[in-house]
Design a protein around this ligand. Structure first.
Ligand SMILES: Nc1ncnc2c1ncn2[C@@H]1O[C@H](COP(=O)(O)OP(=O)(O)OP(=O)(O)O)[C@@H](O)[C@H]1O
Length: 240
């Protein structure tokens, strides 16, 4: 049984259906990438799992229980956290203060709980910047705070929405290099990622979405560039 899974997940915005029956799963300690063109439904899938969109209870299972439509703060308390697109940090507050707020709403800690010190060990620059207001940080440093905040919620699954967006390649490498330390603790990672090469490299499995449907799913190391092109654009638009 997977730690987190969706079953024929339907979700959308008002009358507009954005997801048309998504079957998705992630296991403890696994990194799963979600790829797909703009508007494919990747962020919507994360939002639907997180309880930010109305979905039927049985369409999302966490730890063997139906949790679809559970309020986001309850999802966090039960062990599912999100690093949202655009970071959404509390401006006017320091790095330390942003991290502290996350700890206040955390799930019950597991064996090796995340602490501010462990987040600083993961991203040492944040220790130096602990007293700096987050708006004075670089984009990459802000993203590190956002990931740290997600970890301090003590998640068993961390959903990451485009954490590389707008960052320099060197910074992206630095952030991605830290992720194996997260999964080593048994935390599962779901990475929405526009950079297909990076997604493939960082994950054990990947899913490609197209227009709200899964068009490809498999072991990242087994999937070829042609498979991805066909799944990404639809078979009739395959590259090469
Ligand atoms: N708040 C919203 N209100 C109405 N429609 C929305 C909203 N957010 C997304 N959509 C629509 O839902 C569909 C899926 O969008 P979603 O943001 O999940 O795609 P995505 O794969 O995450 O793409 P991107 O890389 O652009 O974030 C699109 O058709 C999009 O226009």
């Amino acid at each position: 049984m997977s730690l987190l899974s969706t079953h024929g997940l339907l979700a959308g915005y008002g009358d507009m259906r954005a997801l048309h029956g998504i079957d998705f799963a992630v296991d403890p300690g696994e990194t799963v990438a979600l790829i797909g063109a703009n508007g494919a439904g990747k962020s919507t899938l994360l939002r639907a799992i997180m309880g930010l969109l109305p979905v039927a209870a049985e369409m999302v299972q966490f730890d063997g229980k139906p949790v679809g439509g559970t309020a986001p703060h309850r999802m966090v308390q039960s062990g599912v956290a999100i690093v949202p697109e655009g970071r959404r940090l509390f401006s006017g507050m320091t790095v330390e203060e942003n991290l502290r707020v996350a700890s206040e709403h955390a799930a019950a800690p597991h064996n090796t709980p995340w602490t501010q010190e462990r987040v600083y060990d993961l991203f040492p620059i944040l220790r130096e910047k602990a007293r700096t207001p987050v708006e004075n940080l670089s984009g990459g440093q802000q993203q590190m705070v956002s990931i740290g905040r997600g970890l301090l919620a003590q998640p068993r699954v961390l959903l990451c929405d485009e954490i590389s967006l707008g960052l320099a390649p060197r910074v992206v490498r630095e952030i991605y290099a830290a992720l194996p330390q997260v999964t080593a603790q048994g935390t599962a990672l779901v990475l929405v990622e526009q950079d297909v090469g990076l997604a493939k490299q960082a994950s054990q499995r990947l899913y490609c979405l197209l227009e709200g449907r899964v068009t490809l799913e498999g072991q990242s190391s087994d999937i070829s560039r042609d498979d991805i092109s066909a799944a990404y654009f639809g078979a009739s638009h395959a590259l090469d």
